[in-house]
Design a protein around this ligand. Structure first.
Ligand code: ACO
Length: 401
């Protein structure tokens, strides 16, 4: 419910809508979402069709520029991105200075922000040409940071990409190529990763995207706006849920696999525990992305011959929740992140990297939303508040307090 009140002592009416549950912050032509019907479309194309037929770079182009690219447009986009993928050698030194056990999301956010020091011309971008140059730079350098952050976590030497490879193949080579070995690409794994990235690519005005738009609305540059989005994504109520889901499933397994015990814990109002990967602010019937991911998880695990007991626990929890009155009444269904961690784990990605993979997928959406905000010449984002603190009082010297 929206609370409309008059600001104390000020002749202005303010709407108070905690968590912005009913407040639109902008007009947008990028992503359409109907939470009741479980519909998600990027620029009018259904997520099911895009996940099936498009690749991640095509979807990135679609989100950012509004139309599916022709083969020439896509080739130029790929070329421009790869030509801008060189990360300054000094960024290594910054990466080296982080402790090995630093959380990859903190490192990624810092390095993304730090990129601006090495690309100063990307700060003030007003024209479409300047925006394009900043966009291809961040799309080129971000996968390098993602791969480096993971390799540092795994204690592997840093790896460089190849301009000849497709965007996602290049990301995989940078992440997974072993020292002194040729890289062999598993196409089923690559297709699953491509799908995961597409499914995460945009989701209208969620917490991290709103953060990117509001940061960019002060005309702070693209890179730091993205860095702010990464920080917002990190929390377990948002992108951090994919790590939290896997940790929860592991804990249930270690505890003997008793899913009913954890269902009861989630329903107990005196216990802060929530079933991670369940519920969504907007989807109130099902999350269309979760359906696609569940199928992809089955395919990848079958192809890799992985028998993961955690998948059975996940399926058990989902079944129980769908039949449980508490979850039914509150319309709590598995969200996009309930199954994504299971796929990432099968690919050999460490659990603390899961939210970094989410950020990799969300990058085009953040860019598209930032660009739209700048092209629409939106004013600086500046919400008001209802002040509920003390009325005017006199200052007391410290010895009289
Ligand atoms: N487990 C148990 N109870 C839950 C859960 C859950 N996962 N999610 C919501 N509830 C309950 C709440 O306790 C509340 O109950 P009440 O009405 O009796 O007080 C009711 O459902 C509504 O919950 P809210 O927190 O008000 O719903 P909101 O829309 O604000 O939050 C959110 C949505 C943050 C996603 C929430 O469902 C949650 O915390 N889920 C777990 C974390 C998670 O999976 N996050 C990923 C979201 S998807 C993404 O960011 C990509």
């Amino acid at each position: 419910a929206i609370d409309i009140r008059t600001l104390r002592g000020v002749s202005k009416v303010i709407t108070l809508d905690s968590g912005y549950k009913n407040t639109g912050s902008c007009e947008s032509a990028i992503t359409f979402l109907d939470g009741e019907k479980g519909i998600l479309r990027y620029r009018g194309y259904s997520i099911e069709e895009l996940a099936e037929k498009a690749d991640f770079l095509e979807v990135a182009y679609l989100l950012i520029f509004g139309e599916l690219p022709t083969s020439e447009q896509l080739a130029k986009f790929h070329h421009d991105i790869m030509e801008n993928s060189m990360v300054d050698e000094d960024v290594h030194k910054i990466l080296d200075a982080f402790p090995k056990n630093a959380h990859p999301m903190g490192v990624l956010s810092s390095l993304t922000s730090g990129l601006i020091a090495f690309n100063p011309s990307s700060v003030n971008v007003d024209s479409e040409e300047e925006m394009y140059r900043a966009i291809v730079k961040i799309l080129g350098q971000f996968p390098v940071l993602v791969a480096w952050v993971m390799r540092k976590k795994k204690g592997l030497p840093l790896n460089y990409g190849s301009k000849k490879l497709s965007y996602v193949d290049n990301l995989m080579q940078m992440m997974f190529q072993q020292p002194n070995e040729d890289f062999e690409l598993n196409e089923i794994v690559r297709d699953a990763l491509d799908k995961l990235l597409i499914l995460h690519a945009d989701h209208e005005q969620n917490c991290s995207t709103s953060t990117v738009r509001i940061t960019g609305s002060s005309h702070a540059g693209l890179f730091v706006s993205i860095a702010a989005g990464i920080s917002a994504l990190w929390g377990p109520l948002h992108g951090g849920a994919n790590q939290a889901v896997l940790e929860m499933l592991e804990a249930i397994k270690e505890d003997g696999g008793d899913t009913k015990k954890y269902m009861a814990k989630a329903k107990d109002k005196s216990d802060p525990f929530r079933l991670m990967g369940f519920g969504h602010r907007v989807y109130k019937n099902f999350d269309p992305r979760a359906r696609i991911i569940k199928k992809a998880a089955d395919e990848v695990l079958a192809d890799l011959g992985v028998e993961d007991p955690i998948l059975d626990i996940a399926k058990g929890l989902e079944k129980e929740a769908l039949e449980d009155q508490y979850f039914v009444d509150r319309k709590l269904y598995p969200n996009v992140d309930f199954y994504s961690g299971i796929i990432y784990r099968a690919m050999g990605i460490p659990v603390e990297m899961f939210t970094v993979m989410f950020a990799m997928g969300r990058l085009p959406g953040w860019i598209a939303q930032w660009r739209e905000m700048r092209l629409n010449k939106e004013p600086i984002g500046r919400p008001r508040q209802l002040y509920v603190g003390a009325t005017e009082r006199s200052f007391k010297p410290i010895d009289q307090r």
